[in-house]
Ligand binder design. Structure first.
Ligand code: ATP
Ligand code: MG
Length: 465
């Protein structure tokens, strides 16, 4: 930044100097051209007087020209000796300035040069000596020298340069100030963003950027904060999941260990007790199996979110397959299981996944309904959705538990869940599948009377990755 600023200031100063010198050149050039022309005119008028050596006329013309053009006129012969001086002080003296030899000895007809003249009061000033050849019959017979003060032009250009310098210093200062302010304005939020991103990358996921204003940077900071929040939530869910999963796996393992140790360290255990303990161990192994299968299904659902196998599916067929596969379990338990099709609908979905979701709901309905009860599955149309309602006459769910039903590992009655088995992942997986298809699951339940779980799927596919 400082480098750029330095380059800009140097460029600014160079441009200012160039303008100043161009202006000086222009003003001096204008004056020189004009006075050189006057000198030439006087030299032309002087030619007849010099050729006839008319000193009176030469002096008269020199004096008049002096007054007219504001300077000093001298007439010199071919040897550079002053014949006439409008100030009458240099008569008879030989002058040997370069401008004089330029025109007397050639090659020029006219010439000029700048001279710094020292004065008695110690205030030197600048003058220009203009010379023009006095030509008679094609021959240079002498020269006219016009000495004119140019200090006024020098003063004007010096004043101009001074003002220009002051303006450019002020402009440079303003430019530097604005640049520093602007770069701070632009880079501060970027630095904040960088620091917060760095801190997040080191694991401080709670870090957020302070958002102010409404510009693009504020929008970026806001998006960054949303992303960080999601990241933090995901991280929280991940650690919750890991601790839940470990707990779920540890509980049956601890039970198995206790059961085995009590058999191992007791002598003469009755065969009946052995069998009972082994039965319990078997149950715990089933439970472990359930948890592991649930976790595997969940992991698959998570990793396959990008790869849904979408097809046009006749829902009646899909639900029928699911219900048919669960019929033996329902029969064994003594629960009546029926399927009614109100509207046969075709939806675009991943058949295997939707079947998994339906199966989870029907499985629950059978599991949480006592023998003698019934489960009814109804397929119908609800607005732009297909609705698969699973109604049971089971134990129902307390109202306070309903908001948590779809959480991973959530089970309403933990003690009862030990008997019924299960990992508490079924509803979570079902809901995930519904969401993936742009659908949802609705729960209506009354404790002691039964529940209705309805899976809604958009008829026109709105698959969400
Ligand atoms: N139809 C239902 N009637 C009553 N309670 C239910 C019903 N469906 C679910 N629940 C309650 O919701 C909890 C969560 O259900 P979910 O299907 O997620 O887990 P689960 O059935 O215990 O185990 P699994 O992972 O094997 O399905 C159940 O433990 C149960 O308490
Ligand atoms: Mg279940």
């Amino acid at each position: 930044m400082l480098f750029n600023l330095g380059v800009a200031i140097i460029a600014f100063a160079a441009v200012t100097m160039a303008i100043a010198y161009l202006a000086e050149d222009y003003l001096v050039g204008l004056r020189v051209r004009e006075q050189l022309k006057s000198t030439n005119n006087v030299a032309v008028s002087m030619a007849p007087y010099l050729s006839s050596a008319n000193a009176y006329k030469m002096f008269e013309l020199a004096e008049q020209s002096s007054k007219k053009y504001g300077g000093r006129f001298l007439v010199l012969n071919k040897s550079g000796i002053v014949l006439v001086d409008s100030f009458s002080t240099l008569n008879g003296q030989k002058l040997d300035h370069k401008e004089i030899s330029d025109v007397l000895l050639g090659p020029k007809d006219a010439s000029y040069g700048f001279h710094e003249i020292n004065t008695e009061d110690g205030k030197p000033f600048y003058a220009v000596y203009y010379t023009a050849a006095v030509v008679h019959d094609g021959e240079t017979i002498g020269a006219v020298l016009f000495s004119a003060d140019i200090q006024d032009v020098v003063d004007i250009t010096r004043d101009f340069i001074r003002v220009l310098m002051m303006i450019s210093i002020a402009a440079c200062a303003m430019f530097a100030g604005v640049s520093i302010w602007l770069s701070g304005y632009i880079t501060r939020p970027i630095n904040d963003l960088k620091n917060v991103a760095l801190s997040i990358s080191r694991g401080n996921l709670h870090q957020r950027i302070h958002v102010s204003g409404k510009n693009e940077m504020a929008a970026l900071a806001h998006t960054f904060n949303v992303m960080s929040e999601k990241l933090e939530n995901m991280d929280k869910k991940r650690s919750e999941f890991v601790s839940n999963a470990s707990h779920e796996l540890k509980t049956p393992l601890s039970s198995i260990k206790i059961l085995i140790e009590s058999l191992l360290y007791q002598d003469g255990v009755e065969e009946r007790i052995y069998k009972e303990f082994l039965g319990d161990i078997n149950k715990e192994i089933d439970r472990l199996n359930d948890v592991i299968s649930g976790l595997l299904t969940l992991a698959r659902t998570d990793s396959e979110t990008q790869a849904l196998n979408i097809d046009k599916i006749l829902l009646s067929e899909l639900v029928f397959k699911s219900v048919t596969s669960l019929k033996p379990i329902a029969n064994e338990k003594g629960v009546a299981l029926n399927f009614t099709v109100n509207n046969d609908l075709e939806v675009e979905c991943d058949a295997l996944k939707v079947m998994q979701a339906v199966t989870n709901l029907v499985e629950n309905a059978i599991k949480y309904t006592d023998p003698g009860g019934s489960v009814q599955v109804v397929l119908s149309k609800s607005g732009s959705d297909a609705a698969i309602a699973v109604k049971d006459t089971g134990c129902g769910i307390p109202e306070k538990d309903i908001p948590y039903l779809f959480d991973r590992f959530y089970r309403v009655d933990k003690a009862r869940a030990r008997d019924t088995g299960g990992s508490g992942l079924g509803l979570h997986i079902a809901q995930k599948i519904a969401l993936l298809h742009g659908g949802s699951i609705d729960v209506q339940s009354e404790e002691g009377k039964g529940s209705v779980f309805t899976l809604y799927l958009p008829i026109k596919s709105e698959v969400k990755a």
